[in-house]
Each structure stands twice: as structure tokens, then as C-alpha cells.
Design a protein around this ligand. Structure first.
Ligand code: EPU
Length: 420
């Protein structure tokens, strides 16, 4: 397993550029199943989760051709099988995004329940996918943890999501594009990635209204064309870099981002006293006089993103006072705070969803293991501000979502090495 070795407390300074959004780019691969025409996609982050999505699309009969840095052409060759390969489904949960497009385009799909996940319940549920495809007319069979969904023709339906789900909203939205008649989705997620996906789908012939609000209306069409799709900047990466700069008291300019997607973070920055400036597509962080503690509660967009909670928790270890961090989306996303405590942070776990961080505290280097993507990057921030040499193992988890992170951090002065 590869690891990072980080010598902390090096002064950070300079410019860092944000990649294309992982959670926007992942969705174009299932969308490619909906058309036989080629799709050109740009600004795709070259990260492990994207490689898994490409492998899935290839296994399902498409060609994926790299045409430049972050640029790919996706082209239908032949449908090979109705099976989503179990090895891939077990490795990445977003594989469930391929179910709807397979069903509407090819009438059948078979797959195991997506594998366990360290941030959610051991068997993260997929009821909001399966039950709603059933509502659209699919026949669902489940045996030995293996699903088989079949449908001659999916029909429009009136669907209410009992919880707000990002991939659920996107999945039903893309699938309904080729269903008979009209689908109404209620209590939808409103993330910028969903708006961007709807804009792309409309540009290739779909009829979607309301993406970015809680109700989305989709009129089924006969066919979608191929097209061109430029992936929006990764708001989670931008927010993470902003907190990395604030925690290490650095002067860093974050380029090629969309600050308007991070309003909940700017609210918190105002409360805690971060010295920052925004332009249309960049963020400048300068050293702050004193950081103050402030509570944060994760919420669906436009609230404070769960994917930004781990770096915010690290930032609070450097702020004066006590902050209550309340994680409301993913069940196990605060467990990584145990590693921060080992590094010297003063964190009290109230229950699995809430911790109190008392700061500021000095942090000290430790040998750590990255439990998941967002906690992994939070541990990197902790290591950058710690005394001594931290080792972070299992960095596949970080490579899943951040492209060449070590190289980009070295460019702003970090002492970080990758050991294979
Ligand atoms: N849920 C159900 N039933 C379902 C689906 C979800 O009960 O059928 C529950 C989940 O267990 C969770 C809640 O609903 O408690 C919300 O999960 P959601 O479905 O919104 O999460 P997701 O769509 O699987 C996406 C991002 C996550 C991000 C969440 C929340 C992608 C590929 N993933 O996940 O990103 O945390 O939305 O914003 O878009 C990450 O990038 O590190 C990451 C985990």
C-alpha cells in the first residue's frame, strides 16, 4: 500500500488550481449508456473513482478514449452483458448510477448490493433507487443479495424521495429522460452537480425542468444525442484548500473555482475570522489574526456540505473556544476524529453524530491510516500543521478523489512524499 510522509509546519504559499468536480464527472459515464452517439467530456479529474467508472462503462460495451489531459471520448461499441461486474460494484458505490440507464436502454440489469462503506451504514441502502425504478414499471427480483431488474419500457411516475439523495436524484433524472411520458421527482437534492448534469442532458435533447430546486419535472423523449460536456470545478476541493490555507495560516490563491457554490463555508469563515477574498473564479486566503470556534452542522446543499466537515473539524482544532460539529448525513464520518485526538487535539465525542472540539491545540505527528477520502485529506491538513513527521497509510482512499495531491501541495511549499 502507498503512503504519504509529511513533515509538518513548513510555510505554505502560492497558487493552487482546482480540478474538475469528481461528483459531477462520475455521472457522465452512466449517462453515456443512454446514447449511441459519441460524447466528448472535458475537465475530468484523473482520479481512481473516475478510472473505476470508466472500467464499468468499458465492461458494459463502450469505448473510452483519452483525447487530452482530462479529456475523453465515450463511444458505444456493443452491449456486452446485463451484469454490472461485481468486483467494481463492491469497490465503488457510485456504480449504482449505472442501474437506471442500463434498465431504460437495454431492459435488464443484474448487480450485487453495492459493497460496504466506511462512512455510512455497513450496507448503505439503495431503496430510493430500486423502489423508484419499480414505480416506473421495472420488475425487481432479489436473491442471495443479487438484484435483477427488468423492464420492457419504463414509464413516467410521481416520485417522492423520503430522504434527500444526490445520486438518487441524478439517477432517476437521467433514467426518466428516456421513459414514456412525464416523471415528477419531489424532495430532490439541489447540488450544483445536479444542475450541471441537467444542463448537459437538456443540451442533447432531454426535457428537464426544475433542476436545482426540490421538484424536477422530466418529459420522456425518444432519443438523446451525443454532445460535449465540460465538468464544473470541484467545490469540495476548493473548500478543502481554503480550509487547509486557513489552518496553516498561509497566503494561498485558489484558482479555477466557483466560490458561489460555497456560500455556507463563507458564512462560517466570517464567523471564525478567516481572512479571505473572493472573485468570480478564485479564492485568496491570507493569514488571520485569530481563529474563533464556531459550531457547524452538515446539511444538504446549499447547507454546509458533509464532504467539507472533516477539514472543518481540523480547522476547529486551531480555533479559540469550543465548537460543536454535528454530522447529519453520513453515520460514521466523525470516527476519524480519533486520529486527531491521537495527534493531540482535544475532541470529545458526544455520540456518533456529534463531537465537541476544544481549541486551540498543538498537533503532533503520528502514524495514521486514511479511513476514507474526505477524512484522509483532513488528516493531511492536520499533518501539515503538526510538529514532526506524519505517516498516512492507505492513500488509495485519497487518490480516489484528489488528483496528484502530493505534487500540487509540494508546489505550494509542503514537504510531502509518496512512498509506494
Ligand atoms: N440513502 C438511503 N437510501 C438510498 C440512498 C441513500 O437511505 O437509496 C441515504 C444514505 O445512506 C445517506 C443519505 O441517504 O444517509 C444521503 O446519501 P446520498 O444518497 O445523498 O449520498 P450519495 O448520493 O450516495 C453523494 C456524493 C457523496 C456526498 C453525498 C452527500 C456522489 C458520487 N457522492 O452521495 O460524496 O457525501 O452525496 O452530499 O455524488 C464524497 O465525495 O466523498 C462523497 C461521499
Amino acid at each position: 500500500m502507498s503512503k504519504f510522509i509529511i513533515n509538518g509546519q513548513r510555510p505554505l504559499k502560492g497558487e493552487i488550481t482546482v480540478s474538475g468536480s469528481k461528483n459531477a464527472a462520475l455521472k457522465i459515464f452512466p449517462v453515456a449508456l443512454l446514447t449511441h452517439e459519441p460524447i466528448k467530456v472535458f475537465n475530468v479529474p484523473e482520479i481512481e473513482d473516475i478510472f473505476r467508472a470508466q472500467e464499468m462503462l468499458i465492461a458494459l460495451g463502450h469505448e473510452v478514449k483519452k483525447t487530452g489531459k482530462g479529456a475523453f471520448e465515450l463511444k458505444f461499441k456493443n452491449q456486452k452483458s446485463a451484469d454490472l461486474p461485481a468486483g467494481l460494484v463492491n469497490k465503488f458505490r457510485a456504480s449504482v448510477m449505472f442501474v437506471g440507464p442500463m434498465l431504460v436502454k437495454f431492459g435488464e440489469v443484474r448487480f450485487p448490493h453495492p459493497g460496504g462503506c466506511v462512512i455510512g451504514a455497513a450496507m448503505r441502502p439503495i431503496d430510493m433507487f430500486v423502489d423508484n425504478f419499480e414505480k416506473m414499471g421495472a420488475k425487481v427480483e432479489l436473491s442471495n443479495n443479487y438484484y435483477r431488474l427488468t423492464a420492457k419500457k419504463l414509464k413516467g411516475a410521481d416520485i417522492f424521495f423520503h430522504d434527500i439523495t444526490v445520486t438518487g436524484t441524478e439517477s432517476l433524472m437521467m433514467t426518466a429522460c428516456l421513459a414514456d411520458s412525464e416523471t415528477l421527482l419531489k424532495n430532490c437534492a439541489m447540488e450544483p452537480e445536479i444542475v450541471s448534469l441537467a444542463e448537459y442532458l437538456n443540451s442533447v435533447g432531454a426535457k428537464i425542468e426544475g433542476a436545482g430546486t426540490s421538484t424536477i419535472k422530466i418529459k420522456g423523449v425518444k432519443k438523446l444525442r451525443g454532445g460535449e460536456y465540460k465538468i464544473i470545478p470541484d467545490r469540495i476541493e476548493a473548500g478543502t484548500f481554503a480550509m487547509m490555507a486557513a489552518a496553516s495560516n498561509a497566503k494561498i490563491d485558489i484558482k479555477n473555482c466557483e466560490p458561489k457554490h460555497l456560500e455556507a463555508l463563507w458564512f462560517l469563515f466570517d464567523k471564525i475570522g478567516v481572512n479571505y477574498k473572493l472573485s468570480k473564479d478564485s479564492i485568496s486566503i491570507s493569514p488571520s489574526k485569530k481563529l474563533l470556534a464556531y459550531d457547524a452542522k452538515t446539511h444538504e446543499y446549499p447547507g454546509f456540505a458533509t464532504d467539507l466537515q472533516p477539514p472543518y473539524t481540523v480547522l476547529m482544532t486551531q480555533a479559540y473556544g469550543s465548537s460543536l460539529i454535528h454530522e447529519t448525513i453520513h453515520d460514521r464520518r466523525l470516527l476519524f476524529t480519533d486520529s486527531l485526538t491521537q495527534m493531540g487535539a482535544n475532541i470529545v465525542m458526544a455520540d456518533p453524530h456529534r463531537v465537541v472540539v476544544n481549541g486551540p491545540t498543538k498537533l503532533y505527528a503520528r502514524k495514521l491510516v486514511s479511513p476514507d477520502l474526505r477524512a484522509g485529506v483532513a488528516l493531511i491538513i492536520a499533518a501539515l500543521i503538526s510538529r514532526g513527521k506524519t505517516e498516512i497509510d492507505n492513500i488509495y482512499q485519497i487518490d480516489r478523489g484528489y488528483e496528484r495531491l502530493d505534487e500540487r501541495l509540494r508546489n505550494i511549499g509542503a514537504d510531502i512524499k509518496r512512498i509506494s
